[in-house]
Design a protein around this ligand. Structure first.
Ligand SMILES: [Zn+2]
Length: 478
């Protein structure tokens, strides 16, 4: 699950805040089996530089980096701008969708290759970015060092963008993390030595303020404007605890979830917040003069962000959806979890307003099949219509037991295969409502769309007791 920049920067506007959407889904496929002949990598932080040493276990004409994403702003590959090859006779270049290394003379890549890295914080398209802290600390995604072998540079040109559908000659790198100035931080704990393989998280090299908490722990840039740190430290654990109280511990495990927050400095004429979510970890980064003093809008967006992304520890990681066209299950569901949690923790929170946006957007976007919205680039439909379906399910639950969305969701989180399928979700709706006509309407919006989606939404709400009125054909929540 990856969230592209939530906010954007601009040299012209004083404040730019663009609502973003996280692409929550099955993690990109990468071979889970450790390739025994795969490389051993050592990452060493030396001041504001990193030294990355690869030791390849076998000869190959070309090694390609799995994470070869483009920078969001420039649409240029990020690695060539941050990594420099130090080993003589080795060339790094872009081939097709991938950064590769090869030997200058056409023979196999030397077994040992050293890179010098000047880390930079840039947003990447559909990949986890390097996080830069204002005090020189740096957090790297653990899987940034994975590579696969190729027979030739021509073969690299032919590798498709989406690795989900390709069989690769490679696997997770075995990475040892070191910091010349002290222990490294992983899963909220300091360690003198750390080796990661297939874990999907961040490793922090350098100083940060670690605050252990009950529901959530925080790892915060020491120079982050204090009000943001206080806000997150105060609010995030309550969200985590609320979800835990309602749904039990998230599936994956024992470790307390962590929120990691980086500060990129008080850049003039900028107000920016971005982030992503990984198993047990939410990362956020703030930048700009605009966030150095308390701002209601930033506070609200950061709460929403934590509420939505934190919900994915349950709906997204305890259970995930099976196919990309079922993202409405996790995105709409996480939205309604966030609305209910934020309202429970802050009675002043305007839940009605948030839900009305979901209803309006769904009414707008469900003219065409919601399930295929992603292919049309209309990902918002998964959030909006998913939340509408969740509201109907919650209404049915309320009519049946007096319960709410969490009561509907809790039994659905118990899936032995870790997947909450569309069929399981719809069966849950029929089981609770005892009204099979509900799923027919939901499926109509998913598979066909409707000429007048508001009429379908109104029928769903009517039968499930969701309070609304029709104003000129528009569904207005009471
Ligand atoms: Zn999401």
């Amino acid at each position: 699950m990856r969230l592209h920049a939530l906010a954007s920067s601009s040299a012209l506007a004083a404040v730019v805040l663009i609502g973003g959407a996280c692409a929550a889904g099955p993690a990109p496929h990468r071979p889970a089996v450790l390739d025994e002949s795969g490389p051993q990598v050592t990452v060493t932080r030396r001041g504001d530089r990193l030294v990355v040493d690869y030791r390849f276990g076998r000869d190959a004409p070309v090694w390609a980096f799995m994470d070869s994403a483009l920078e969001t702003d420039t649409r240029q590959p990020w690695r060539p701008r941050q990594w420099t090859v130090e080993t003589p006779g080795v060339v790094m270049e872009r081939r097709g969708h991938y950064d590769i290394v090869r030997s200058a003379d056409g023979g196999p890549v030397p077994r040992e290759v050293r890179f010098r890295v000047t880390p930079k914080a840039v947003d990447l398209e559909a990949e986890y970015p390097t996080l830069l802290f204002s005090n020189g600390a740096v957090a790297l995604p653990t899987r940034q060092l994975d590579v696969f072998a190729l027979d030739s540079v021509q073969a690299a040109d032919a590798v498709p963008d989406d690795l989900n559908r390709v069989k690769l000659d490679g696997g997770p790198s075995r990475v040892t993390w070191r910091d010349d100035s002290g222990p490294v931080l992983f899963n909220g704990r300091r360690r003198d030595a750390l080796t990661t393989t297939d874990e999907r998280s961040y490793v922090l090299l350098g100083e940060a303020t670690v605050t252990p908490g009950q529901g959530l722990s925080t790892v915060i840039d020491p120079n982050l404007p204090p009000w943001i740190g206080e806000e997150i430290r105060d609010f995030a654990p309550h969200v985590g605890q609320y979800y835990r109280d309602r749904l039990g511990a998230p599936g994956a495990g024992g470790d307390t979830p962590i929120v990691m927050v980086a500060w990129n400095g008080p850049t003039e004429r900028m107000t920016s917040m971005g982030g992503s979510v990984l198993p047990g970890l939410i990362v956020m980064s703030f930048e700009g003069r605009g966030v150095t003093t308390p701002q209601a809008e930033i506070r609200e967006r950061s709460r929403w962000f934590i509420g939505h992304e934190g919900a994915h520890f349950w709906l997204g990681q305890t259970v995930r959806y099976q196919f990309a066209d079922e993202a409405w299950i996790t995105e709409g569901g996480a939205d309604l979890m966030a609305v209910r949690a934020l309202k429970a923790l802050d009675p002043a929170y305007d839940a009605r307003n948030e839900l009305q946006s979901e209803v309006d957007d769904c009414a707008d976007l469900a003219k065409r099949p919601v399930a295929q919205a992603g292919e049309r680039g209309e990902h918002r439909a998964y959030y909006a219509c998913g939340a509408v379906f969740a509201l109907a399910a919650e209404g049915a639950q309320r009519q049946r037991t007096g319960g709410d969305w969490f009561d509907f969701l809790k039994p659905l989180l118990r899936q032995p295969d870790g997947v909450l399928s569309r069929e399981e979700w719809l069966r849950g709706l029929t089981r609770v409502s005892r009204d099979p006509s509900l799923r027919v309407d939901v499926e109509r919006l998913l598979d066909q769309g409707a000429a007048d989606p508001s009429a379908v939404i109104a029928r769903l709400f009517q039968r499930t007791g969701v309070a609304f009125r029709l104003v000129d054909g528009r569904v207005v929540l009471n």
